[in-house]
Design a binder for this molecule. Structure first.
Ligand code: 6MZ
Length: 353
């Protein structure tokens, strides 16, 4: 595992509220339990459960959102999530989250995002290119030297949202470009909502120069999958339930795929590793990048996803280092950041063992 921890990695598919530390989640739930807002033992039972179907995962997210509603908590979890990724040598993180409005506590989509940005700032004062020493991560003690992580943000549109609400998120993303927002994600329960509802906002985002990534094919839905591919998003996530025609389109359009192995297996969208599409896409040299999806919910870390590929598909260290390096080609940040990351990989390549 140490080798996977030590190589530089880019994380392009991580949901903020899915990446919370279990210990933080339990602490927050306990506090709400004491106030009588929730029944702690019910919450604890759901959090500690390991195997969840896709449907159960979305129920869990609703529960997580109950304990992470206020601005202070959003700031805290953002800081912790960035620290955890940096601790395992993630050198570039595109963190995605759904801006939430909650009138009862005076939260607007903008103030939610400002709380996220405060979290990034509290990791470091050096704007969004965050330099810091990890001092509270016992699990990676060997890697607690000074680390640098570059963080950018994607604003997610939840599939439960209306066209107007999706448009509001895109406008917010445009307003927050100078705060590290580089794109838009479409996510949420794939059995809910229609592509036509989100299309106007996503099209507008693209026209305005924002990058777009879509959760695509988490459940079988040929019509939607093909419409999504024809939209030519910058990347897609998952691609689990594709038919031949959809594979053909994906490959001919060369749309990069964010691969989330543990998530796909845990949610049973893919029945086992030996039938996972990673193998075929890798063999065909299709653009792919390994990601965690929800490291908290699925109890994984990015280094573990690399270790999994090594054991399940027999890739060697050099091949995996190259796979990690290629992830840089698919980031949504601009060329300056890409060049900086290239240098990180060049220097790491010289010290490979
Ligand atoms: C689809 C997912 C997801 O935005 O509150 N999300 N959407 N498929 C998945 N695979 C299992 N994992 C997470 O983070 C949590 C939200 O991200 C989306 C869901 O909308 C979930 O509510 P934020 O930070």
């Amino acid at each position: 595992m140490e080798w996977w921890l030590s190589i530089p990695k880019v994380e392009l598919h991580a949901h903020l509220n899915g990446s919370i530390r279990n210990s933080t989640l339990l602490e927050l739930a306990r506090e709400l339990g004491e106030k009588g807002t929730i029944v702690f033992s019910d919450f604890e039972h759901v959090i500690r459960k390991n195997d969840r179907t896709l449907c159960e995962v979305f129920k869990l997210f609703d529960l997580i959102h109950v304990v992470t509603t206020d601005h202070k908590t959003i700031t805290r979890i953002t800081k912790e999530v960035v620290e955890d990724f940096a601790a395992e040598n993630v050198v570039y993180l595109e963190l995605r989250t759904t801006p939430k409005r909650n009138d009862s506590i005076g939260m607007s989509k903008r103030s939610y995002m400002e709380a996220v940005v405060d979290g990034l700032r509290s990791v470091s004062s050096s704007n969004l290119d965050i330099n810091f020493s990890c001092d509270d991560l016992e699990k990676f003690s060997k890697y607690q030297t000074k680390k640098k992580i570059i963080v950018r943000l994607l604003l997610s549109i939840d599939r439960r949202e209306s066209t107007a609400s999706a448009m509001e998120t895109v406008n917010l993303a445009l307003e927050m470009k100078d705060m590290g927002v580089v794109g838009i994600d479409l996510s949420g329960n794939p059995t809910v909502g229609e592509w036509e509802t989100f299309f106007p906002a996503l099209k507008f985002a693209k026209e305005q120069g924002l990058s777009v990534t879509l959760h695509c094919g988490e459940v079988p839905n040929s019509v939607e999958i093909q419409a999504m591919l024809d939209f030519l998003p910058g990347r897609i996530g998952h691609a689990c339930c594709f038919q031949d025609e959809e594979w053909r389109k994906l490959k001919s359009y060369k749309i990069p795929v964010e691969i989330c192995l543990t998530s796909n297996i845990r949610t049973e969208t893919i029945s086992s590793m030996d039938v996972h599409h990673f193998a075929d896409l890798y063999k065909e040299n299709h653009p792919i990048v390994l990601c965690t999806d929800d490291s908290g919910v699925f109890s994984t870390i990015l280094s573990n996803e690399y270790a999994l590929v090594s054991s399940a598909f027999g890739l060697g260290k050099m091949e995996l280092f190259e796979l990690a390096r290629k992830g840089v080609d698919f980031i949504f940040a601009g060329n300056e950041v890409k060049m900086e990351l290239m240098k990180v990989y060049e220097s790491a390549a010289r010290t490979l063992d």
